[in-house]
Design a protein around this ligand. Structure first.
Ligand SMILES: N[C@@H](CCC(=O)N[C@@H](CS)C(=O)NCC(=O)O)C(=O)O
Length: 202
């Protein structure tokens, strides 16, 4: 098994961090997204959306979408559980995965793409749209601040993939100068705890 990765991007980091939490070793192949290596015919054969990360099995089967890759890894390596153990935990984790993907990770990456023009060779940046996406990110920090006022981690007492998604999105948001507010003490407390995990270096 190998994973097509790009070191600087938040979605591939989500998968690297998940794998680090599992304590398993996987081979990574770096793909140069700045120079559109991910838009080559060879890469599009692995993921027609041209996005990273992509997991490729030894028989050539490819799985893309970060959470799908993580679900596959969790099925192979259930411990430590990062997608919930009981039916209730699984439901809560799945709910936060969807919220964080649509409400935080996507706006962060849209803000980046539309305000920096980093991908202008393959899309038309609309800076005003990027600014709006940035406002969504800031609003989501408020939601997380409220959630973390009475919860140790995002889904409850246990660390989960939700914390991984949030950390990767929040760290990447610093590229577009979006930061947790100094008044957001619960989010800052959570951020420090999660950033200090060994897997956060992945
Ligand atoms: N929903 C996808 C998003 C993947 C994604 O947007 N990947 C970005 C890097 S964070 C990418 O490959 N961008 C390169 C491009 O759009 O050309 C996932 O969860 O994996």
């Amino acid at each position: 098994m190998k994973i097509y990765d790009t070191q600087t991007a938040p979605n591939p980091r989500r998968v690297r961090m998940f794998i680090a939490e599992k304590g398993i070793q996987v081979d990574y192949v770096q793909v140069d997204i700045k120079n559109a290596e991910n838009r080559s015919a060879e890469f599009l054969a692995k993921n027609p959306l041209g996005k990273l990360p992509v997991l490729e099995l030894d028989d050539g089967t490819c799985i893309s979408e970060s959470d799908a890759i993580c679900a596959y890894i969790e099925a192979l390596h259930p411990f430590p559980p990062l997608l919930g153990e009981t039916p209730l935990e699984k439901g809560i984790v799945a709910m936060w995965q969807r919220r964080l993907d649509g409400g935080l990770m996507l706006p962060v990456t849209q803000c980046f793409a539309h305000t920096t023009g980093y991908f202008k060779d393959r899309m038309t940046p609309i800076p005003a749209y990027g600014e709006e996406a940035g406002k969504e990110v800031v609003a989501f920090y408020g939601l997380l601040e409220a959630r973390l006022a009475d919860s140790r981690f995002i889904t409850g007492d246990k660390f989960s993939i939700a914390d991984i998604i949030a950390l990767c999105a929040i760290d990447f948001a610093r590229v577009v100068k979006l930061r947790i507010g100094e008044h957001q003490v619960n989010l800052l407390r959570w951020y420090k705890t999660v950033s200090e995990r060994q897997s956060a270096k992945a």
